[in-house]
Design a protein around this ligand. Sequence first.
Ligand code: ATP
Length: 286
Amino acid sequence: MTTSNGPLANPESPLLEVSGLTVDYPRKGFGKEVFHAVQDANLWIGHGETLGLVGESGSGKTTIGRAILGLAPVSRGSIRFDGQDISHASRRKRQQLSSDLQVVFQDPYTSLNPSMTVGDILAEPIGIAGGSRNAARSRVAGLLEQVGLPRDAIDRLPREFSGGQRQRVAIARALALRPKLIVCDEPVSALDLSTQARILDLLLTIQLDTGVSYLFVSHDLDVVRHISHRVAVIYRGELVEQGEAEQVTQDPKHPYTQRLLLASPVSDPVRQAERRNARKAHASKS
Ligand SMILES: Nc1ncnc2c1ncn2[C@@H]1O[C@H](COP(=O)(O)OP(=O)(O)OP(=O)(O)O)[C@@H](O)[C@H]1O
């Protein structure tokens, strides 16, 4: 697996800036009471940069991604994207933004329309954005090549492909309009380890070629370490630690990140042994 080594971001002019973001949902059975799925979150993503967002199930990772995409309500705070405040963007504005802001979901089996050919899946966003059939056809051929799928995929249905290949289709669809940012929500969690590595390598290559930025959401610190320039750690709706990927994943400061690191599975036997020793040391301290 390649380690990410793209350009360093400029924090003075980030592509995305999330400030004081709070997302509230009703507490079922508690009248008008709400709970904070995300509370007072601050983060930014530079041009051509990957921010890994890591935390355990239910910690609020997906909610941050959904708020950025306009799919979760912003109760307080702001989201600025490419110089504009998009916290409460209208549906029309969101449609305009969709060429710059895209998503790849976790499950490649449910995220693609099973009755559409891969060619139609990839051409759809281009058509919606007003592109001609000819433009769509040549763009689709380029996209298939970019994500390492054969040319004849164009006439085939998603069910004819493996999970990893379907995720390549989903990535190609996200790339169709040349976005500036892709929210990748657990894009490799449903895949086996070697397929995970190939998809992560593909995402890195695409970033180097196109300069796209990623918000990479995952529960797996090891996966996040490989793809991210910086990492933010979320615990019970609050960001508890942020920093350079190497620092956060090798020498975490917050006790929650330390626990996450010890719990994360690793395939390398040498690192497995290091982890076992670290766990023993951690247990003897507590
Ligand atoms: N639409 C919703 N209505 C009510 N509660 C929600 C909604 N979406 C998410 N939540 C709650 O918000 C909290 C954060 O959920 P979120 O999906 O962001 O977590 P996550 O870290 O992405 O977890 P996972 O990895 O399991 O997807 C959870 O308690 C979840 O049940």
